[in-house]
Design a protein around this ligand. Structure first.
Ligand code: NAD
Ligand code: TYD
Length: 350
């Protein structure tokens, strides 16, 4: 049995990673460390929570005493670190929260891993999950490769870039075995509805305005979350220590085109007249420091590990919309209370 720690496993991507690992590797004991912030929801992984090789640990990655205690108690050989504050708009209103969790929390985990193994690194791995946003913004052409210089523009991407640097620094300085992957925008079931795709699905269903920042001509490279979870599995098991892997969907969409596509698909599904939902599109004040375009060159992970995204965007989006339409209770639960207050503040008077 190997004891593996997954952080942030009650969140969007972490939940899919926990499910995959618990089901695929009965010989691993998977420990899911999550603080259960507004973005963490144990409902996301309820279907695997009773399996004997799964255990939930409720705690904060920034809590030095707690993190050291669990590392000593369970001797984690592998760490897959996803816990983070993850929403750019929230990072603009509260950068310090992002610095604390994303930077200090990561350092705390690195320290606990280092103190536990004291240089006995054989078969050990600290795998840090990061974002393509660390590379900054692309112009009309070009793709992010693993060699693109870091140039983060938002407090979120600056905090993720900093955590990536600390992980590399622990590798260089202490020999700590690490891998980092930088992925493009994910979408799929269980994503918190503050992010563009679930926010629009929810608002279309509710006949509420669809807030598009600026002129809507910002481009993102969308990847289905289960394809990302499979990439994480490949990288964790076959990736080379000290390497970075870019993960992406080869699937660029301007926001406005993507939202129009969702409107058409949902009008069909909800039996509404074509054009009904597109009338909800509402251009609002742009996000400050808004990155124009992200797009990933995923050649390295394809050539070295044989990973490619499997699901087409049409199928992935179709499944995602169906999931939200069939899980209204999940949406109602996560969009009540504190989320309502955030939503009103973020989009007030627009
Ligand atoms: P998410 O916001 O849905 O989930 C984050 C999880 O971390 C939640 O369960 C939350 O409770 C937990 N968490 C937050 N602070 C914590 C703390 N101090 N201690 C313990 N747990 C804490 O995020 P996500 O979209 O699933 O992203 C997961 C990771 O993947 C992040 O590191 C993010 O930077 C990275 N990433 C996300 C995307 C994307 O499109 N969502 C793309 C590339 C990389
Ligand atoms: P988001 O889902 O927040 O991901 P990220 O900022 O990490 O790329 O946003 C995706 C794109 O959609 C981004 O260009 C910002 C834009 N957007 C809107 O136009 N309106 C919104 O209400 C939100 C949340 C995002």
């Amino acid at each position: 049995m190997r004891n593996i720690l997954i952080t942030g496993g009650a969140g969007f991507i972490g939940g899919h990673v926990v499910r995959l690992m618990v089901q695929k590797y009965p010989d691993y004991r998977i420990y899911n460390l999550d603080k259960l912030t507004y973005a963490g929801n144990l409902e996301n992984i309820a279907d695997v929570s009773a399996l004997p090789n799964y255990r939930f640990l409720h705690g904060d990655i920034c809590d030095v005493e707690y993190v050291n205690r669990i590392f000593n108690e369970y001797s984690f050989e592998g760490v897959i670190h996803l816990a983070a504050e993850s929403h750019v708009d929230r990072s603009i209103s509260d950068p310090l929260a992002f610095a604390k969790t994303n930077i200090l929390g990561t350092i705390n985990l690195l320290d606990a891993f280092k103190s536990l193994w004291k240089g006995q690194w054989e078969n050990k791995l600290f795998y840090h999950i990061s974002t393509d946003e660390v590379y900054g913004s692309l112009g009309e052409s070009g793709l992010f490769t693993e060699d693109t210089p870091y140039d983060p523009n938002s407090p979120y991407s600056a905090s993720k870039a900093s955590s990536d640097h600390f992980v590399r620094a622990y590798g260089e300085t202490y020999g700590l075995p690490y891998i980092i992957s930088n992925c493009s925008n994910n979408y799929g079931p269980n994503q918190f509805p503050e992010k563009l795709i679930p926010l629009c699905i929810h608002n279309i269903e509710q006949n509420e305005p669809l807030p598009i920042y600026g002129d809507g001509q910002y481009t993102r490279d969308w990847l289905f979350v289960i394809d990302h979870a499979m990439a994480i599995d490949q990288i964790f098991h076959k990736g080379e220590v000290g390497e970075t892997y870019n993960v992406g969907g080869h699937n660029e969409w301007q926001n406005i085109d993507l939202v129009r596509l969702m409107c058409e698909m949902m009008d069909r599904k909800l039996g509404r007249k074509q054009g009904h939902s597109a009338a909800l599109i509402h251009f609002v004040t742009d996000r400050p420091g808004h990155d124009k375009r992200y797009a990933i060159d995923a050649t390295k992970i394809d050539k070295t590990l044989g990973w490619k995204p499997i699901l087409t965007f049409e199928k992935g989006l179709d499944q995602t919309i169906d999931w939200y339409l069939n899980h209204k209770e999940w949406l109602t639960n996560v969009t009540s209370g504190a989320y309502r207050q955030y939503y009103n503040k973020q989009y007030q008077a627009q």
